[in-house]
Write a protein that binds this ligand. Structure first.
Ligand SMILES: [Mg+2]
Length: 214
């Protein structure tokens, strides 16, 4: 059971929540260049977060105060734990802000595949690590499809939940897809079947039905 984080597991785009609060004034210009296709998501994120003057603890406190998971997310995590079904967050975002929301929501143990953020001694962002990139395409950063494939190779039926461009490649190789926003449009265009969602109720129902059937 794999899910994206920003705008999917989380109600908000938590990266933008942080940029709006703490970002250098030029961050929206960098976002425009990303939206125009001049920058990759990886470059957009690296540039804007390296310019961030805030420290880790201030950013994490802001996430805990302002962000939240969609309804039934916690129930899905509980169901997966009770039934020994692996569940992970798979994100192109930064690990420290995802962990802040998990810690603040009482799910600190939920595994996360995300960008590994390095901090300097003052708590400012100093660099990034990409631990699950395709070896022949490191410039793309982490690949969500790679994670999906790893779970499929271990014999799991992969449920994938997402909203964005980087989720589409994962959905294309997953077994059951839940999509909204841009990912839903891309699935429509490519003829990939998916279930729409606004919260994790239908995801929980589908995972439960699958678990009861095997
Ligand atoms: Mg997203």
């Amino acid at each position: 059971m794999l899910t994206d984080f920003d705008d999917t597991a989380a109600v908000q785009n938590v990266a933008e929540l942080l940029l709006r609060q703490f970002g250098h004034p030029s961050w929206t210009e960098v976002r425009e260049r990303f939206r125009a296709g001049e920058l990759s998501l990886k470059d957009y994120q690296e540039i804007t977060f390296l310019q961030m003057p805030a420290d880790k603890s201030a950013m994490q406190a802001h996430v805990r105060a302002q962000a939240g998971f969609r309804p039934h997310f916690a129930e899905l995590w509980q169901f997966c734990q009770d039934n020994a079904i692996p569940m992970c967050i798979v994100s192109q975002g930064l690990d420290f802000y995802i962990q802040a929301l998990l810690d603040g929501s009482g799910q600190p143990e939920l595994p996360v595949y995300a960008v590994a953020t390095r901090f300097d001694e003052r708590g400012r962002i100093a660099g990034y690590g990409y631990d699950f990139a395709y070896p022949d395409a490191p410039e793309l950063g982490n690949s969500k499809a790679l994670i999906v494939q790893r779970f499929r190779e271990r014999g799991h039926h992969v449920f994938y939940v997402g909203d964005g461009r980087s989720d589409f490649e994962a959905g294309a190789v997953a077994d059951t897809v839940f999509a909204h926003r841009q990912m839903a449009s891309m699935c429509d265009a490519a003829g990939i079947p998916y279930h729409p969602f606004t919260d994790f109720g239908p995801v929980l129902a589908a995972v439960r039905e699958y678990a009861n059937g095997i």
